[in-house]
Design a binder for this molecule. Structure first.
Ligand code: NAI
Length: 399
């Protein structure tokens, strides 16, 4: 079928199999161009492996360190006349490339919050790898059914205590407007967001993997967090999602206790703001990202997900020494984003930004381009007028 983008707000309903494969190949090429990561991971479980930072982690482990990878994700498979989701096609392309390179790669498509998928992952590790030496936790989800209580929790993106008004952008139309977001009405919103995006499920994974004896001695596990600039604090770091990130970060010492007898260690890495399916859903953040991209590109310090994760592995997690941590015990690869000169320039541009000057003072064009890339569109070497086979299988899930 001929697949064109069908955009509804901050999501694209269609994805292109050849375009997503091109996106995966470009990320693999970047990792290979950086050379091998010495003493990198060898057997890796990535939870949330199909898009964004999780996909970049899987690619970096496989192609930077020849690792065997098991990826867990929740994606819609392709069916005749119905393209699959981008994460489905990404995973198909990743596995094909890994197989061609002689690397083990298998995937599980299902709800990572469930006990069932945890059991499946454990069985697969036991059967094929024995144990894993790295577990990457990179889920981003709007909801979670709690495996013990059965309660369905939905996360919300709201400020706490006070309403928040600021600029936001419709990045397709290029229109800036003011947005006012009302604060949470009760603590339930905070509790639900923590239940979805906090650290409990990460802990459940590590507990169950450990109990099944599938964690290697010296295991590392890492989850991803975000801080960002003060201007997004009310909606991000001091809002409901920030409370969930506080909870995720507070899980690190708990996991370190749990992993002590395996000489294992857990980390949270604070990453840079980037265009992903999750971040485009947060009000205010896309305008910040498009100004940030402009400033960082001009300074020659821009990074995408793959550059961030390659640097995390090569210069933080696998240097042979313990990584430097901030005063709250976190790894920082948002160091370039948070540089004073970068933040000062973004803050100045933020004040100036209007619909009229947006194309000129921001990298809204780059934002849009990356948004379309997430779904496999806007690649110059893919013919979007041509018929393409939409029914692409993920090799390890086939049949
Ligand atoms: P993403 O939306 O690109 O990826 C989310 C992944 O989770 C996908 O593989 C998806 O299939 C999987 N997933 C979602 N629900 C699932 C479920 N129930 N079961 C199994 N898999 C499921 O998100 P992104 O942006 O890569 O986020 C990953 C982590 O990085 C999150 O913790 C996020 O807060 C964090 N982060 C994101 C930043 C950004 O700017 N995008 C910045 C810093 C941290």
């Amino acid at each position: 079928m001929i697949i064109q983008p069908r955009v509804r707000g901050f999501i694209c309903l269609t994805s292109h199999p050849e375009g997503t494969a091109e996106h995966v190949k470009q990320q693999i090429a970047y990792v290979k161009s950086k050379g091998k990561i010495e003493n990198g991971p060898k057997k890796v479980l990535v939870i949330g492996a199909s898009t964004g930072f999780g996909l970049a982690s899987r690619i970096t482990a496989a192609f930077g360190s020849d690792a065997s990878t098991i990826g867990v994700f929740f994606e819609k498979p392709a069916a005749p006349g119905k393209p699959g989701t981008a994460g489905w096609y990404n995973s198909a392309a990743f596995e094909q490339e890994a197989n061609q390179a002689g690397l083990y790669a298998k995937s599980i498509n299902g709800d990572a919050f469930s006990d069932e998928v945890k059991k499946q992952a454990i069985e697969l590790i036991k059967q094929d790898l024995g144990q894993v030496d790295l577990v990457v936790y990179s889920l981003a989800s709007p909801r979670r059914t709690h495996p013990k209580t059965g309660v369905a929790h939905s996360s919300v993106l709201k400020p706490i205590n006070q309403p928040f008004t600021n600029k936001t952008v419709d990045f397709h139309a290029g229109v800036i407007s003011d947005i006012s977001i009302q604060p949470v009405e009760s603590d339930d919103d905070i509790e639900n967001t923590i239940a979805v995006m906090g650290g409990e499920d990460w802990k459940f994974w590590i507990e169950e993997l450990k109990a099944a004896n599938v964690l290697a001695d010296g295991l590392k596990t890492v989850a991803y967090s975000y801080i960002g600039p003060e201007l997004t604090y009310p909606i991000y770091r001091n809002g409901t999602i920030g409370k969930a990130k506080d909870d995720l970060e507070a899980t690190v010492p708990v996991l370190n206790d749990l992993l002590a007898d395996l000489n294992g260690i857990s980390y949270v890495s604070v990453n840079k703001a980037l265009v992903t399916q999750s971040s485009s859903a947060i009000p205010v953040v896309p305008l910040y990202i498009s100004l940030l991209y402009k400033v960082m590109k001009e300074k020659g310090i821009h990074e995408g997900t793959i550059e961030q994760i390659q640097r995390l592995f090569a210069e933080r997690l696998y240097t042979g020494a313990a990584p430097a941590l901030d005063d709250k015990g976190r790894i920082r690869v948002d160091d370039l984003e948070m540089r004073e000169d970068v933040q000062a320039e973004v803050a100045k541009l933020w004040e100036q930004a209007t619909t009229e000057n947006l194309e000129e003072i921001s990298d809204i064009a780059g934002y849009r381009n990356e948004f379309f890339h997430l779904f496999g569109f806007n690649f110059s070497n893919v013919d979007y007028e041509a018929d393409t086979n939409e029914v692409v299988e993920v090799p390890s899930i086939k049949g």
